[in-house]
Design a protein around this ligand. Sequence first.
Ligand code: PMP
Length: 393
Amino acid sequence: MLKKDFKIFDKDYVYLDSAASAQKPQVVLDRLVHFYQNDYANVHRGSCHLALQATEQYENARHIVADFIHADFNEIVFTKGATEAINLVAASYAKTLKKGDEVLVCVAEHHANFVPWQQACVQSGATFKTFDVMDNGTWDLNDFKKQLSKHTKLVAVAQISNVLGVQNPVEKVVQLAHEVGAKVMVDAAQSVTHLPINVKDLNCDYLAFSGHKIYGPNGIGVLYGKGEVLTELKPYQFGGDMVDKVTIEKTTFADVPARFEAGTPPIANAIGLAEALQYVSQIGWDKIQKNEQKVFAALVSGLKQIDEIEFLGDPDLKTGLVAFNVKGIHADDLNLILAKENVCVRVGHHCAMPIHERFGVKSSLRVSLGLYNDQEDIKVFIQALHKAIGFFK
Ligand code: PMP
């Protein structure tokens, strides 16, 4: 529906890999060029017109991001991506967790919301625990309750897994975690492109996402931290712009969020991200979701007609992405044929090995949608998939 906004689709790509990274609308590219051509300078430092202008635009981007997820302005930290946002929080926990404390994550987490917590436990002597999913791909809430304890200090979960695609009941888990005094990190790297996020409703303590998956530039991400909770975190990196006062004896740190943005930040990328969020808001979630549901239904219906397909989880419970294998054919082999047909999908473990192991497979083929995908894309993909299966049968 919106392909015209994306120059890349002037060429004949069927792009079904937006869960890995989304294409960029021209308005975002134009915004970046305009900023570099007209307004560029470092932020929070100079006092010339350009420096003030750049600072204003950078901080305005923070307001736009905050509004987009219903946060307050000073609850938004710019990072280089979701991975860095999660590492920032995990590095602080690595310093404060103790032996006997526990961190609980879902087995379906992307490595970005799994390994940093595992490492924080290795470094601190705390215990790293996981909870399971059901065969249909939904969270096993009984297992979650079993694993949660008064020792749990942090729960880390994705709102939508990049393999299972299910919209998870984050509010419920936040409530249960808070009852035992644990904080909750929500990985919104996938969900941010499929549904409106309201951190106040979620009541989570931290939330992370990347700009590049929501039609923004690479190299920019967001960490949301709830008011007081963010203030309690230890600084992640040290250097310019994150300090209050530096003497030979000691350093005191700036208030949040500056405390977590050491060095020159990704200025243009933050401004580009804000443009992308405005682009999404202008189209509106209603229109985006209606189109996505139609296109996704066509995708699932086409896949279900292929007997050899084995889904990871129930395809009818998914939002915007589906992962599967074709019995007897390696996903890499299928991808060779799909690539020849100009169809871009993702094959592998999608940086989520534990959930593949949980389903007894090493890899899968993942198809994921962006707001630009249409029924024609699905038609071409399903035809190409039939061709690929026919080739290897
Ligand atoms: N979490 C999930 C669910 C993801 O899908 C991804 C990206 N594939 C990440 C975290 C990490 O995002 P990034 O690589 O942009 O830091």
